[in-house]
Design a protein around this ligand. Structure first.
Ligand SMILES: C[S@@+](CC[C@H](N)C(=O)[O-])C[C@H]1O[C@@H](n2cnc3c(N)ncnc32)[C@H](O)[C@@H]1O
Length: 399
């Protein structure tokens, strides 16, 4: 059934349906009313129960990250939101849905549908876990306790590792499908090297997860600290997996490991990240997933900012962020120039680590685009910086 109302009447009815949280299932706001601006392109809303109280959980995505925000289901807050400029509003309740479309002429066309929807008030709709907290490897590496529960102090690391895997696995499968990586076999397993592996949370996780999905794999963890190697090798022994996982105490830049199909690094410090990227490229790795850590190399070189960027770098905190951006942007340029397709993504929300950027690079062997070369030259010349990475990759010859 469809009817036409004034916008005010339609929004009031939608508001009443939304604040009826006993029956509300979900709400979607999208589109933009004529001559109005909205902050988010789309907002999804659902009622969730937290500590015995039902609130409205708003979820939106700005193209980089998904944000959630809670509001109380009171008429004022809801009506404010509904009136903020969205052209399409769908409200689903347990016994039916109403959809409002605000037309260009300012009317509200309202469509009603009788249908049963199921309400789910559970907070934090569970993402399917990739890593079972009671998996013995999580207990052995110290992320979970002996009851198989994630230790509160290790929750962020657990999330980082899991989100890293969420990107690794589909990227890997896509690269195998595209023929960029040979289908791994028992005779020739996929080789993965984790550079700056530390306590090897990610190293073990990648190994266990890929083996569990039936992918033959050999994983190597490299860290400069002999204590890490010894601890990790001991854990591998306990888990009975020493045939397919190895740890070495070596400097990344001088490792005896020659090459790998996939290079991963999670928060290898400062230029150790550059060593990791350079090692991967020099050895011809097909896939790189690198989440950088602190950045000092470029920051130390940023003595004089080209104008008008002084407007940013005169503030210490912004200079630091600018240094981070320049570092990763130049890493991406270099990788593109030496034949990798590169994306820079957020692999996890900032609440779990401020170092939440990931460089994802897939080797395509494509010729360098002249625009990438020009951009690289312009940025380095204007800022008077020479990225550490540029000196470490043998095939990178641009000065
Ligand atoms: C911040 S920790 C991260 C450890 C691990 N990837 C994680 O996310 O839990 C950085 C690790 O890199 C190692 N590291 C730093 N520079 C290195 C280098 N040049 N060669 C090898 N390892 C290095 C450190 O010993 C440390 O264990």
């Amino acid at each position: 059934m469809q009817r036409v109302f004034t916008v005010e009447e339609a929004l009031l009815e939608a508001c009443n349906n939304i604040i009826d949280t006993n029956n509300l299932v979900r709400v979607v706001l999208s589109g933009r009313r004529r001559n109005m601006q909205v902050e988010q392109e789309r907002i999804d809303i659902r009622p969730v129960e937290i500590k015995g109280q039902v609130i409205l959980q708003l979820t939106y995505n700005d193209g980089r990250a998904t944000t959630t925000k809670n509001i109380t289901p009171d008429a004022t807050s809801v009506l404010d939101l509904l009136s903020s400029g969205y052209a399409n509003i769908t409200v689903e309740s347990v016994d039916g849905a109403m959809s409002i479309r605000v037309t260009k002429s300012g009317d509200a066309q309202v469509h009603y549908e009788k249908k049963a929807f199921e309400q789910n008030l559970l907070h934090d709709k569970k993402k399917t876990r990739l890593l079972d907290p009671s998996d013995p490897f999580l207990i052995e590496v110290g992320i979970a306790d002996y009851k198989g529960q994630i230790k509160p102090s290790k929750n962020d690391k657990y999330k980082q590792v899991e989100e890293f895997l969420r990107i690794l696995v589909p990227t890997l499968k896509a690269a195998i499908e595209a023929g960029q990586i040979l289908e791994p076999t028992a005779k020739k397993p996929l080789s993965i090297v984790d550079l700056g592996c530390g306590h090897a949370y990610l190293t073990f996780a990648a190994h266990q997860y890929l083996r569990n999905i039936g992918m033959p794999v050999h994983v190597t963890g490299i860290d400069i600290r002999p204590a890490s190697r010894d601890r990790n090798n001991l854990i591998a022994e306990k888990l009975g997996i020493t045939e397919s996982i190895t740890f070495r105490a070596e400097e990344i830049a001088e490792t005896s490991t020659q090459s790998a199909d996939v290079a991963i690094a999670l928060h290898a410090c400062d230029t150790a990240t550059d060593d990791a990227i350079a090692w991967a490229v020099n050895g011809g790795a097909s896939l790189l997933l690198i989440a950088p850590c602190c950045h000092h190399d470029i920051q130390k070189q940023m003595d004089q900012s080209p104008e008008p960027w002084g407007a940013i770098t005169k503030f210490g905190v912004m200079k630091e962020r600018m240094g981070d951006l320049l570092t990763d942007a130049l890493r991406a340029q270099i990788l593109r120039i030496v034949g990798y397709r590169v994306e820079i993504i957020e692999f996890i929300g900032g609440e779990h680590t401020p170092r939440n950027i990931m460089i994802r690079a897939v080797k395509t062997g494509a010729q360098a685009d002249s625009l990438d070369i020009v951009r690289y030259r312009e940025i380095t010349t204007q800022w008077g910086v020479i990225p550490a990475l540029s000196k470490k990759i043998s095939s990178f010859t641009i000065s």
